[in-house]
Design a protein. Structure first.
Length: 354
């Protein structure tokens, strides 16, 4: 595996993190099956999640876990968890040890929430209960809202991701999220302004064939819109973590630790009512393009636009494209299916990379 510039920076700064984990976690068995199927489709191409996913020069483990936070914690190495013991050290020294650790990072959990930071239902409430230090999950919600709403003047735009850290002595001592997962941040990403279905599953009971065709057209149009939304949300999650980690490395930001584990649930599959097959394909596509160490940036651009059904040739002409590709990656081949077409609602990732 070739060591990237960021990977060299990681080594130069003395970090020896063995791998970075991306955990697709949910209770929905159908969603987990779809995640696994799309990972399998990707692995059926010339690329593999076992060898070709890399971040900061470190191998990436992409895994699916159907279950709870507690059940996932049982799969973590025992030496990954570092429990806070107030009788041994004070919080100041403890947090400094966390931030200066070179062999392991910390975990963040993605909260696909709403524009006001409420955590009252489903996955968000489970997060709130993991981060609470007493018996009131609302304390997590109040802390999150105070941080986010003050920062953004009371309103969070959908798909805008933000890391919120928890680093009090009480948090390290009492929270499940730290003591089970070594997690001290929530990556909040609103998927909706207020809790409501994003897609109506039943369009019409009419038997009129023309009417049904019209409804199916709009249904597919909506699906394409939401597929792109989920892809962009996933990319935003990865970009936010990437920027946070680069700040630690490039700007020697000792206020934070390297994030080496990201727990991501289904985006919009709960109350949002988005189809799990569409969501799973969009999420796995974004992850495997973003982290594919065999692709240069221009190829990632093309794969992303092709997956989303956009004509990248509107931006860059064939001769210019060939020049750019050959300049950065000699003897490269234009990525994607030979006929140049790809429909994410129909085709698998095997076709995208064909």
């Amino acid at each position: 595996m070739t060591v990237t510039t960021d990977g060299l920076l990681l080594l130069k700064c003395g970090f020896k993190i063995p791998k970075i984990r991306i955990v697709l976690l949910d209770l929905n068995s159908k969603l987990c099956q779809e995640w696994k199927q799309n990972i399998s489709d990707f692995n059926s191409t010339s690329y593999s999640t076992e060898t070709d996913l890399e971040w900061l020069g470190v191998p990436v483990e992409l895994k699916v876990h159907q279950g709870t936070f507690e059940s996932f914690s049982e799969s973590l190495p025992m030496d990954y968890i570092e429990r806070y013991n107030p009788s041994v050290t004070d919080c100041t020294h403890f947090t400094q040890n966390i931030k200066s650790s070179k062999s392991r990072g910390v975990t963040t959990i993605v909260s696909p929430g709403n524009s006001l930071g409420y955590l009252g239902g489903g996955f968000d409430k489970a997060i709130a209960e993991m981060f609470m230090t007493g018996s009131d999950w609302k304390s997590t919600e109040r802390y999150l809202q105070k941080k986010l709403l003050n920062r953004f003047n009371g309103y969070l735009t959908p798909s805008n991701a933000n890391l919120i850290e928890f680093n009090s002595q009480e948090y390290y001592e009492k929270s499940k999220s730290w003591n089970l997962l070594r997690c001290n941040s929530i990556l909040h990403l609103p998927t909706m302004r207020i809790p409501k279905p994003l897609l109506i599953s039943e369009y019409s009971n009419s038997n009129n064939s023309d009417y049904k065709n019209i409804q199916n057209y709009y249904k597919n149009t909506d699906l394409r819109k939401w597929l792109a939304f989920v892809f962009d949300c996933t990319w935003e999650i990865l970009s936010t973590v990437n920027l946070a980690n680069l700040k630690v490395l490039k700007w020697k930001d000792d206020r934070h630790a390297i994030i080496d584990t990201i727990i991501i649930p289904g985006i919009g599959t709960g109350y949002g009512n988005l189809p799990v097959d569409t969501v799973a394909k969009a999420m796995v596509s974004a992850i495997t393009i973003f982290l594919n160490c065999k692709l240069i940036s221009l190829e990632k651009s093309i794969y992303s636009l092709r997956f989303l059904g956009e004509d990248f040739k509107q931006l860059i002409k064939d001769d210019e494209l060939d020049d750019k590709l050959n300049l950065e990656k000699p003897n490269s081949v234009l990525p994607g299916p030979s006929n140049g077409t790809y429909d994410p609602l129909i085709d698998s990732l095997k076709v995208l990379y064909g």
